[in-house]
Design a protein around this ligand. Structure first.
Ligand SMILES: Cc1cc2nc3c(=O)[nH]c(=O)nc-3n(C[C@H](O)[C@H](O)[C@H](O)COP(=O)(O)OP(=O)(O)OC[C@H]3O[C@@H](n4cnc5c(N)ncnc54)[C@H](O)[C@@H]3O)c2cc1C
Length: 412
């Protein structure tokens, strides 16, 4: 019976990174990756629109964790050990410098996800890692200090550590994991999607964007700030994606039927907005309200707001009645829209929920069995868009690898 030191289940970002780290720390280990499909690193290859947004330029772990709707507490210690600085250094050492875009997202200098995927595959391969495609575990039986594992072809192995790195779980995968390991799984739902809005009047705004809008779900306190884009199916952009991430489970529960309020400006204080609007309208005293465009809003949006506020379009802007001004302010900062469904964001989507991190040690193994590890997206850990999800994969993979190496060293 073949003996394996570490069996990694899943050949994605987290699985390969863990395999590379294990073999870099100890090239004598026998490490296997079993991948159920016929392709490795499929998501890395399509990620970031084919450019792979590897991480995000937030070097301080305490600020970095703020970008994760789920798993902040769990990630805190992982980021102390392996954070964005380590990711940058890791790829730099491999001859892959990362560059930072103006919004903080980091990409390989080649602008190609293939660079990242090939590097992970080559490193694992060169260090003697064994990859098996179209294979997975069919049975796993725990003994005192190892597992008896059978693969899909009926081959038996003695395995010392098992690292699950299966990516975002489906319900059947979650059930499989539970049966195999007794691990608990939290409720799951998609995250990082755009909102469908059927309001026909919104179609007039199709294609326009504001650089700093705000989104708030009815009945919730928090607001999400960032660019908002009107698409042909509804609204998109970073503020929408952030809202979808922070409320992934709530929105799933209400079947993506939810009232929201959109502010088209970044200023929060209503008095400041009213005064600025009054002042800007005074400055354009010789213009009609329709031509008075304030807050540097796109013209089509301004016209739409005037129409929505039921203001006579030819009225002189300096003579706006108080009630008209109030209605304009109301629409500017609280346009009500109804979400009716969601659309998957093509650049990046992830699963919220998964392996409950409460049952895991700081290194990522089950408290009830220190030879079973969980890493990557299958954890109940996920970030907003911008490279945070890969960073969680690199960090959880590194910490698991280090813990296995440490245990292995002490055992021998
Ligand atoms: C279109 C798209 C673009 C993205 N772009 C970005 C980006 O630019 N930046 C970013 O930070 N994040 C991005 N993400 C998210 C990111 O890809 C994931 O968070 C990341 O890949 C998670 O890594 P993982 O190894 O945990 O899972 P995955 O990369 O999903 O890998 C899991 C692997 O396990 C295999 N597997 C599953 N079950 C089994 C089993 N039973 N046995 C054996 N193998 C199994 C799967 O086939 C898969 O190969 C994107 C996601 C998508 C969908």
């Amino acid at each position: 019976v073949e003996s394996i030191d570490v069996l990694i289940i899943g050949g994605g970002a987290a699985g390969f990174f863990c395999g590379c780290e294990l073999l870099q720390m100890n090239p004598n280990l026998k490490v296997h990756i079993w991948e159920k499909s016929n392709k490795t690193l499929a998501k890395v290859r399509i990620s970031g629109g084919g450019r792979c947004n590897v991480t995000h330029h937030i070097l301080e772990p305490r600020f970095l964790i703020k970008k994760y709707p789920r798993g902040q507490k769990y990630l805190k210690s992982k980021f102390q050990e392996f954070n964005v600085t380590h990711t940058i250094e890791w790829f730099q050492k491999k001859g892959i410098p990362l560059k930072t875009e103006s919004d903080g997202r980091m990409f390989p200098i080649t602008d190609s996800s293939e660079t990242i995927a090939c590097e992970l595959e080559n490193t694992f391969n060169k260090l003697g890692g064994i990859l098996k495609l179209k294979n997975t575990v069919s049975s796993l039986t725990s003994q005192d200090s190892f597992f008896h594992v059978q693969d899909l072809f009926g081959n038996s192995f003695i395995v010392h550590h098992v690292v699950f790195a299966m990516g975002g779980l489906t319900h059947s995968q979650a059930q499989w994991i539970q049966e195999l390991t007794q691990a608990k799984v939290t409720p799951m739902a998609p995250s990082l999607f755009t909102f469908n809005v059927k309001d026909p009047s919104l179609h007039k705004l199709m294609g326009l964007s504001v650089p700093q809008g705000r989104i708030k779900l009815q009945g919730k306190d928090s607001e999400y700030v960032g660019p908002i884009l009107v698409t042909h199916w509804g609204i998109s952009g970073p503020a929408v994606l952030a809202t979808s991430a922070w409320h992934a489970l709530d929105l799933n529960e209400c079947h993506y039927q939810q009232n929201i309020f959109v502010s088209w400006v970044s200023e929060k204080n209503e008095d400041i907005i009213r005064n600025t609007l009054r002042q800007e309208l005074q400055e354009r005293a010789n213009k009609s309200i329709l031509n008075a465009g304030c807050f540097k809003l796109p013209k089509r949006l301004w016209n739409w707001l005037v129409e929505k506020s039921k203001i006579e379009p030819n009225q002189n802007s300096s003579q706006l009645k108080k009630e008209d001004l109030n209605r304009l302010v109301e629409h500017l900062i609280r346009t009500p829209l109804k979400i009716e469904g969601k659309t998957t964001y093509k650049e990046e989507f992830v699963t919220a929920g998964g392996i409950d991190v409460e049952q895991l040690s700081k290194s990522g193994h089950l408290n009830s069995n220190d030879r079973i590890y969980f890493i990557g997206e299958m954890l109940n850990v996920d970030g907003i868009t911008g490279g945070f999800n890969f960073q969680a994969s690199w960090s959880t993979a590194h910490v698991a690898a280090k813990s296995i190496i440490y245990k292995n060293r002490n055992a021998s």
